[in-house]
Every structure is written in C-alpha cells, then in structure tokens.
Ligand binder design. Structure first.
Ligand SMILES: Cc1cc2nc3c(=O)[nH]c(=O)nc-3n(C[C@H](O)[C@H](O)[C@H](O)COP(=O)(O)OP(=O)(O)OC[C@H]3O[C@@H](n4cnc5c(N)ncnc54)[C@H](O)[C@@H]3O)c2cc1C
Length: 417
C-alpha cells in the first residue's frame, strides 16, 4: 500500500492547486482523477474560460503556475455593466469599473480553462504524484488514517483525504454530508465569438431578462485557430438562457445561432461570428452542510456551487485550496495530526461563512436582474446609477471582484503557503 500525507480525490481546477500548495510546503501528496490529463486538455472537453480575480493571480504566481499561463491570459482593463431589454440590444452602459481607478494594471484576467489545466500540470513538483485515469471508489477511515480504494485496485493510506471531486461529489455523500441547494431554471450556454473590432480588454455584463449575458475578452486566437473576419479578436460568451428555451437555442443552425448571438451582443464590437463548439451547463446553487469530518475535508465545487453571474466559483475554490493548505502546513509545523478534527475545524470556520456569503449574494443578484418586472427594473437601474456615481462604492465592488476582502490566506497575498 502506498503511503502519503494527503490524498486529494479530484485533480480539477481546485484539487491540483491544493496539491501544489501542500507539496510545495513539504507534504507528500497524491492526487487522483477519473479522467486522463490528455482528455482534460482537449479543446472539446471544456469550452469555458475563467475570470481569475487578481488575488487568484497572486496565488497562481506564488505557486509557480502563472509563468506557464500568463501568455494565455487576457487582462481585464474595464468592466461595463448594463441592464438589457427583453428584445433588442442592451441599454446604454450604466455601471463602469476601470482598473485605473484602483491604480491596478487590470481587474483580473480571463484564461481558457484548458490552458489553466495545462499550466497546473506544467508546475507539478516531484513530491506530488498524479494518478489519472483512476477513480477513488471508497474511503475507509481507521484510527490512525484514511485508506483510499481506487478503481485500479490500488490502495493509498494518508493522514487526510480531501474531496475535490466537483459538485456531484459521491465522496461527500458517502460521508453523510448533505447539501442545501436548488437548481436555477437557467442554463449557461458557452461559446467563443470572433468580432470585427478589438475588445481593448473590456468585459461586458448585460443583464437580460433570461439571465446575465457576459462577453469576456480573450487573448488573440493563434494563427492556427481561424476566427473569421481575417482578425484574431475574440471573446468568450457566457449566455444564461431559460432552461426550457436553451435546447432550442443550442440546436439552431449556424446562421440562426449567429443571428441570436449578434442581436444580444449589440453593435459595439462590430460584426460577430461564433467559432468552435457550443457548450451548455445546467446552473445550480448548493452549499455543503459541513466542510469537514475526521480525516476528511471538502474543497471547491464539492463544497459549494454558485451562479456564474459574477465569475466567482473557481476563485472561491482557489481560496479554499489556499486556506486548507495553510491550515495543514501550520499544523504540520507544530507536529499536529493533519487529519484531526480540531485541525480541520479551523479550515471550516475560515471558509464556510465566506462561501455562504458569496453564494447568497450571487443568488440575490441573479434573482434581482433575471426578470423583466418594471418596478424591479427601475429599482436596479437606480442602484446601478448610484453605485456608478459614488467612487468609494465602485472601489468597494472592485475590491470584492478582485477577491481582496476578508481574511486572506497567505497564498492569496502572493506569499508562500
Ligand atoms: C458556465 C460557467 C462559467 C463559469 N465561469 C467562471 C468564472 O469566470 N470564474 C470562476 O471563478 N468560476 C467560474 N465558473 C465556476 C468554475 O468553473 C468551477 O467552480 C470550477 O471548475 C470548480 O472546480 P473543481 O475542481 O472544484 O471541480 P471540477 O472542475 O468539477 O473538478 C472535479 C474533478 O474531480 C474528478 N473526479 C470526480 N469524481 C472523482 C473520484 N471519485 N475520484 C477521482 N476523481 C474524481 C473529475 O474528473 C474532475 O476532474 C463557471 C462555471 C460555469 C458552469
């Protein structure tokens, strides 16, 4: 039987950074993922980009991941928020965030998930073993540790098992940890759109009655990736559509799908054309009732799922990874048991309330904006106008979007864990 300090079940966008942080701090780590690395890097596997808050960028820099990712990451210079109409393009811009106002070169970065994965793989240290493809089928807790049983027949003994196996986590359920949650009547449609005019690093969030319609600036396409218009300018589209209408939208032929996208984009980026595939994601809210058990902890989407309205799900998961790594490394320095419940409770106290606060506020934002009720429309337009007019309020929202609030783990400050 292999022995290690920590076994991480799930080597996704949260499991791998957690493994990296713990391994760089000197712990031995095994990460297991159901899917082979090659499969996770294929363009068709995940068409999404992630908006990485600047605190997350500091963490990826401290972990040595950023040098592998930087050239694929588009800085966000400005964010323009509008309240759109049921039919036709969005109303004139009503809220404007500018990185110059907070004296920062950017408000964060947009990177394709497949490049984030590739950068994480490139940074793996020798004391982290990645076993993929393999599934953790069962965890067996003993008096002195936890034994993970793998689909390959292997067993691995550790002081602690972390479930970073995503929102439908079987390992969370097997530990008897319930979730509070519900499905949104919305589906996230994702695609890449080539456009005639440059985006200048501006991200747009149009609040349409069916849900938010986000246009996120991407790095230019490489010459091998045709984007149309003989230009390389492109943005990622995250289009929240009512779930009963989404299948029909996704099934549209190319010309009709392009027409629907262009109508919602508005004219500011010139002619548009969808390139590559179309992806769709059912949207759900959930929060685990507990984040820890003896010798067991949850991180990332396994612990919480938030609406993508503010692009915060991964940022929240990276904060879990940073806080858990810091808690474990502090315990190890003091010679404490990594899997002891009092060690893990420190992590839970640190992360559960913050996760709840963010999940609840993104839920409230989605409910306030995803409708066409006239009094609510007037109220939210008034709210957007007020925030836009008051400098400190704008800067408050920019600090939140940048992940620079609350008790930050050392990694999110750019320091070693
Ligand atoms: C449309 C959309 C847009 C989004 N945009 C943003 C954004 O802009 N910014 C942002 O911060 N967040 C965003 N998010 C959220 C973000 O994508 C997720 O929060 C993030 O991917 C969660 O990562 P994870 O590692 O926790 O889970 P996952 O990515 O689900 O990874 C779980 C991993 O565990 C593996 N696994 C599962 N079970 C087992 C097992 N038993 N044994 C071994 N391995 C297992 C799986 O193969 C998988 O690789 C968005 C989400 C959606 C749906």
């Amino acid at each position: 039987m292999k022995k290690t300090d920590i076994i991480i079940c799930g080597g996704g966008l949260v499991g791998l950074p957690l493994g990296l942080a713990a391994a760089q701090g000197g712990l031995s780590v095994v990460v297991v993922d159901t899917l082979a690395q090659r499969q996770q890097l294929e363009a068709a596997f995940d068409g999404r980009v992630s908006a990485l808050a600047y605190a997350s960028v500091r963490m990826l820099t401290a972990l040595g991941v950023w040098p592998h990712l930087e050239k694929h990451a588009q800085p966000i210079r400005e964010i323009l928020v509008t309240d759109g109409k049921a039919d036709g393009p969005a109303s004139p811009f009503s809220l404007h965030f500018d990185s110059q106002e907070v004296g920062a070169p950017s408000l964060g970065h947009i990177a394709e998930n497949r490049y984030i994965r590739a950068a994480l793989y490139a940074a793996l240290p020798p004391n982290l073993i990645l076993i993929a493809p393999a599934t953790v089928t069962r965890l067996e807790t003993t008096a002195s540790g936890v034994i993970a049983h793998l689909s390959t027949g292997e067993t691995i003994e550790a002081a602690l098992a972390v479930a970073a196996d995503g929102r439908d986590s079987r390992l969370r359920a097997a530990q008897g940890i319930g979730v509070i949650g519900w499905s949104y009547p919305q589906t996230g449609i994702v695609a890449t759109v080539a456009h005639e005019r440059p985006h200048h690093g501006v991200a747009y969030e149009h609040f349409l009655p069916s849900g938010p319609f986000a246009i996120l600036p991407m790095t230019p396409a490489s010459s091998s990736e045709a984007v149309g218009h003989n230009k390389t300018d492109r943005s990622s589209l995250v289009w929240t559509e009512k779930t009963d209408k989404a299948p029909a939208m996704l099934a549209l032929n190319e010309a009709d799908f392009n027409a629907e996208v262009a109508r919602r984009f508005g004219p500011h980026l010139g002619a548009t054309r969808v390139v590559g595939g179309r992806w769709s994601y059912p949207l759900r809210f959930h929060l685990a009732r507990d984040f820890v058990r003896p010798r067991f902890a949850l991180a990332g989407d396994c612990a919480h799922g938030v609406h993508p309205i503010a692009g915060q799900g991964l940022n929240l998961g990276l904060k879990d990874a940073a806080a858990l790594a810091e808690t474990l490394l502090d315990a190890a320095r003091l010679g404490r048991d990594l899997g002891a419940l009092d060690t893990l409770k420190r992590y839970e106290r640190w992360r559960r309330f913050d996760s709840f606060a963010l999940a609840a506020s993104t839920d409230a934002l989605n409910r306030l904006f995803s409708n066409d009720i006239a009094p609510l429309r007037h109220l939210r337009d008034l709210g957007l106008g007020i925030v836009d007019a008051i400098g400190p309020a704008r800067r408050f929202f920019m600090r939140h979007a940048g992940g620079d609030v609350g008790k930050l783990p050392r990694l999110l400050k750019g320091e070693a864990a």
